[in-house]
Design a protein around this ligand. Structure first.
Ligand code: FES
Length: 187
């Protein structure tokens, strides 16, 4: 039997037996609902406040990184003919070492040299005679194996062989520890 309390006069009202059976029936139907639609709480993947916080922190981290990259690019040179291609990390090339890279796209190549006494220089890796690839010899000279053309690695000027024009220079920019090729300049 159920008792109902009226808060105003604290009078106790006894519910009729009919209502008690109704409550029992409702409780039984609730149990039936649970058996018909069982839920395995132990197998459920709970989304906790901690995992939500982790997700939000990771999301803001990615946003910060993207903003940082955009900020870096915005400080590099821009304008007509400027490409901004990352070619190496500062300190990656030992003195007298060289590295060939694609510039301004995958169809053209350029060569980066860490020249003793001068530092980083870059040229189009294409002989001005008949377009063979030139090689850095480690002695301050770029050599074209096709017809023995020779270029000065400090300036790109022709030293020997059939070429008559210097190697086109590739302008470099250094920002945040990365070396960028930015523009080809015909000399
Ligand atoms: S192509 Fe380089 S010297 Fe002829």
């Amino acid at each position: 039997m159920l008792q109902e309390v009226d808060p105003r006069n604290e009078q106790v009202t006894v519910l009729p037996p009919r209502l008690e059976s109704d409550v029992q029936e409702a409780s039984t139907s609730s149990e039936q609902w649970r058996s018909e639609f069982p839920h395995r709480w132990d197998e459920d993947e709970m989304v906790t406040r901690r995992s939500t916080l982790r997700f939000l922190l990771a999301g803001s981290g990615v946003l910060c990184l993207t903003t940082g990259v955009l900020a870096v690019l915005s400080y590099l040179p821009s304008g007509p003919g400027v490409q901004t291609v990352a070619v190496a990390k500062v300190g990656e090339l030992a003195e007298n070492a060289s590295k060939v890279f694609d510039f301004p796209d995958q169809y053209s190549r350029a060569i980066l040299i860490n020249l003793p006494g001068k530092g980083l220089v870059a040229y189009r890796d294409e002989c001005t005679h008949l377009s063979c690839a030139v090689l850095y010899q480690g002695n301050g000279k770029l050599h074209c194996p096709c017809h023995e053309g020779l270029f000065d690695a400090a300036t790109g000027a022709v030293l020997a062989g059939p070429p008559t024009r210097p190697l086109p220079l590739i302008q470099l920019a250094v920002h945040n520890g990365t070396i960028y090729a930015v523009k080809e300049v015909t000399q």
